[in-house]
Structures are given as C-alpha cells and as structure tokens.
Write a protein that binds this ligand. Structure first.
Ligand SMILES: [Zn+2]
Length: 225
C-alpha cells in the first residue's frame, strides 16, 4: 500500500449506532473535520473475527466540506486485512512470548504464511508503532510512568500499545486492547505506508471528553454541537 492508503474513519462495531450517528451528522471527516453524510457502502468483504468468519459491508460517508468519501471501518477490523484485529493481536502476543509462527498459526487456525506476514510487518513497523502509542499514552495520561524496555522492538511496541490502552481506559472507559489499537491507528496498524497515524494531540492539548468508545477512533470523535 503506497500513498493511496485509504483514509478510513474508525467506528464502533455496532452498525445500528454507526448508522444513527452518520444520519445525525455526528461523524467527522478524518481529513478535514467536516461532517460526514451517508454515501452508500464499501464493497463487501469476508473478515475472520475472533468468533469466526463474517461477511461485512462497511458504510461509507461523504464529507460535506471537502467532498471526499471515507469508509467507516468497524474497529474490529484493519484496513485491507482479511482477519480481525483481535485475531492478529493474539498472534502478535503469542509470537512476542516466543511461540514460532507455525505454532501460532496452528493455535489460531490461520495459514502459517499469514501469521509470518503479520509478525514480520509488526517487526518492521515496531519503532514507529512504539513511538506512536507511547506519545498517545503520555498525551492521555501525563502522569504515566515511563514504559520499560522489553526483550525486542516488537515487544516494546506491544508494551506501548498496552500502556496507551490503559491510559485511554482511565481517561474514558475501558475497551478491548486490540480494538483500541485499531481505532488509535486509523485502521493502519499493519499498513506498509507513509501515511501518518491519527495524531490527536495536534488538534489541541487536551483529549476530548467524549472521544471514542461507541464511535471509534480519535478521528471519529463527535462533532461539537
Ligand atoms: Zn473532509
């Protein structure tokens, strides 16, 4: 994936709530912060989630200001990945604990080459992921204790994701670790792309009070009334 990495809006997994918020003009463009209005659907795809394979057809919204269209991606999914983020996260954890990718693959019932691909991509991106989630953790909780080094850059990155998730849980409300990671990376956790992760700290120094939870990532915050 190159410069054309799609800018998606991460939303919660409840399609009914997403639909309501989209129609009510509560969802904000990830590019320019204009409000989104309903704009058809993205192409249907099968995604392997923790509970099994599901057919999904994510909603699309069109920015009222800039005119661009954006896929509303549930935070159980990642951009251009056929497996849900919780499946991928389980593989990354097992791998960081020393399990070989063949064993991880057998454990999860996923093709070994697929697991190897996730583990390698995570390792390639480890420093960038560590830096992003560490910065996010500190932004969410300035009193956060320094994150200690682990056995490898990949493990360091996992540790930073966990620290940020804890900080987010303290500031807002707890949500599952890997759904948080999907939302906080704009769905691009494993994308090989130069497009930046959402950087909420650039918009202002204080995290909005009603960020996230029902409606996904930092670029999914509700527009002010
Ligand atoms: Zn826009």
């Amino acid at each position: 994936m190159g410069a054309g990495a799609p800018m998606v809006l991460m939303v919660g997994p409840n399609a009914g709530e997403v639909e309501r918020a989209l129609r009510a003009g509560e969802l904000v463009c990830p590019g320019c912060e204009g409000r989104l209005r309903p704009w058809g659907f993205a192409s249907p795809r099968t995604v392997v989630l923790a509970g099994g394979a599901e057919r999904r057809r994510p909603r699309r919204g069109r920015c009222r200001r800039g005119g661009g269209t954006h896929v509303l991606l549930p935070d159980v999914m990642l951009v251009r990945r056929a497996h849900g983020v919780e499946v991928i996260g389980a593989a990354l954890h097992a791998s960081a604990e020393g399990a070989g990718w063949r064993r991880v693959a057998a454990m999860l019932g996923v093709a070994a080459t697929t697991v190897r691909g996730w583990v390698r991509r995570w390792a390639e991106r480890a420093e960038r992921l560590r830096a992003h989630f560490t910065r996010l953790a500190v932004w969410l909780d300035a009193t956060l204790a320094p994150i200690g080094p682990r056995a490898s850059p990949s493990a360091d990155a996992l540790e930073a994701v966990a620290a940020a998730a804890v900080a987010a849980g303290r500031r807002w409300s707890a949500m599952p670790l890997w759904r948080f990671a999907a939302a906080a990376s704009g769905g691009r956790l494993l994308c090989n792309t130069g497009s930046p992760f959402p950087a909420p700290w650039t918009a202002g120094s204080v995290p909005a009070r009603d960020c996230h939870h029902e409606l996904g990532g930092w670029n999914g915050r509700r527009a002010p009334p």
